[in-house]
Ligand binder design. Structure first.
Ligand SMILES: *Cc1c(COP(=O)(O)O)cnc(C)c1O
Length: 459
């Protein structure tokens, strides 16, 4: 028997179309070879991100109709609050319109210049919000997490030894909180184990340092714990998630991921006085504490999404769909980050594409080829996104890896779409000259990947 197909059927459809090749060529040229600058309607399969791109269920759409748009005390807030309290056990639930606002409010309340925040790997908005307070975002992921080809069940774990020596070095009073990103997005959507979460919690609490989760993909992390960690195979996802949260003092959450919603997020904390300070800042920059920048109907969609996301059939299909795409690409000889994580397949373009110099951006060139040859939009997480410039020589210093991420939106594409993606890769392997090196013709000083422009060169 093959593994079960999609655990849902289709009630509403949204047409997508594959433009003819000559139009795709024109579109990518007009976008200066930057896929962020292509209108979404000109994309056939959009794997740019899994953030805010989930398909909502009939139950969530029905929830929108019972949105209560009262300014204060809307009923949907109480449902939102109750759902999150039951799931996480945290005492105070503060809604925000997306994850980075949760980070901004939390960090600007508790961080001072010179502080440090250790984690496995900080996500980029998390890092930016920490650094914006004059503090350092410190990555302490286990060594296994830094080797793409290595199979290891919990590549999102924090290195316990490194954590202990880091605390000893800077001193606990310079660490207002420690974090862990679940799953570890920057490291390829890799999970952390319950044992690791528990140990990190013990160490931080021993030093009286609060422990927070960046919980964007907590349900996917819980599913990996169930599948890979002894003694959790008979527990429900909900029980596993509840145990995970029991080791922490709070979390930030982007509900655009495992909230199965198109917008939303929250901060949850146990500390009463901290909750008051957070709520005061929330009122200043985001909204009244019973809506936090969201419409009542959005709060309802998140509440219902958080109830659905711990469904094991859903998670099994989701994680298997990503594993399926990864396996098919691997079988064709395409190097990917292993094992596949919870939300994306990461193609190791630096290793796969040899005919283009790293300074002509092989990863970005592959993403351009995927669009031109197949109408697929993926994102480079590599030499364009992360290069630094030497302060004196202006020389471009490349990151360790040049990856292309195929992020899979939740409940949006079927496995037949995945087969199509595989066939486009097959075509590209057969015709490697369709991947062409690039030169930057314009770049802004920060976050250049969003708006920079390129021209193609002959490899
Ligand atoms: C997406 C994401 C965020 C930021 O959330 P937004 O809703 O995009 O603002 C923070 N951390 C992780 C791990 C994420 O994936």
């Amino acid at each position: 028997m093959i593994s079960p197909a999609e655990p849902y059927r289709i009630k509403v459809v949204e047409p997508i179309r594959l433009l003819p090749r000559h139009q795709r060529i024109e579109k990518i040229q007009r976008a200066h070879f930057n896929l962020f600058l292509i209108p979404a309607e000109d994309v056939y399969i959009d794997l740019l991100t899994d953030s805010g791109t989930s398909a909502m269920s009939d139950n969530q759409w029905a929830g929108l109709m019972v949105g209560d748009e009262s300014y204060a005390g809307c009923r949907n807030f109480f449902h939102f609050e109750k759902t999150i309290k039951e799931l996480t056990g945290f005492a105070h639930i503060i809604p925000v319109h997306q994850g980075r606002v949760a980070e901004n409010i939390l960090f600007s309340t508790i961080l001072s210049i010179g502080d440090s925040v250790p984690s496995n790997n900080h996500f980029d908005t998390t890092r930016a919000n920490i650094e914006n307070q004059g503090a350092s975002a410190v990555d302490l992921v286990v060594e296994e997490g830094r080797h793409p080809e290595l199979e290891f069940p919990f590549k999102g774990n924090i290195d316990i030894q490194k954590l202990e020596s880091f605390i000893a070095k800077v001193g606990p009073n310079k660490i207002p909180l420690g974090m862990i990103t679940l799953t570890n997005n920057t490291g390829g959507g890799q999970p952390a184990s319950m044992a690791n979460i528990r140990q990190v919690s013990q160490i931080l609490h021993h030093h009286k340092i609060p422990f927070f989760f960046d919980a964007a993909r907590f349900a996917e992390n819980a599913y990996f714990i169930k599948k890979r960690e002894k003694s959790y195979s008979n527990k429900s996802i909900r029980e596993i998630a509840q145990e995970m949260f029991s080791y922490a003092d709070g979390c930030t959450m982007s509900a655009k991921k495992d909230g199965l919603a198109n917008i939303g997020g929250f901060i949850a904390v146990n500390d009463d006085s901290l909750a008051v300070r957070l709520a005061n800042l929330l009122i200043l920059i985001e909204g009244y504490p019973t809506y936090g920048g969201l419409a009542g109907r959005d709060l309802e969609a998140v509440a219902r999404g958080l109830e659905e996301v711990t469904n094991e059939d859903y998670l099994e299909f989701r994680v298997n769909q990503i594993a399926y795409l990864g396996k098919r690409l691997s079988e064709m000889g395409i190097p990917i980050v292993k094992p596949t994580g919870g939300h994306a397949v990461f193609v190791d373009a630096g290793k796969f594409i040899k005919h283009i110099s790293p300074h002509n951006y092989p990863g970005w060139a592959l993403a351009v080829a995927l669009y031109r040859e197949g109408g697929i939009r993926a994102i480079e997480i590599g030499n364009v996104m992360f290069s630094k410039h030497h302060p004196e020589t202006e020389e471009e210093i490349l990151p360790e890896m040049d990856l292309v991420r195929l992020a899979i939106p939740r409940r949006v594409y079927t496995n037949s779409h995945m087969d199509y993606v595989v066939s486009v890769f097959d075509h590209i392997i057969m015709n490697p000259s369709c991947i062409k090196g690039l030169q930057i013709t314009y770049q802004p000083p920060i976050l250049r990947h969003f708006t920079c422009r390129f021209k193609e060169i002959n490899p």
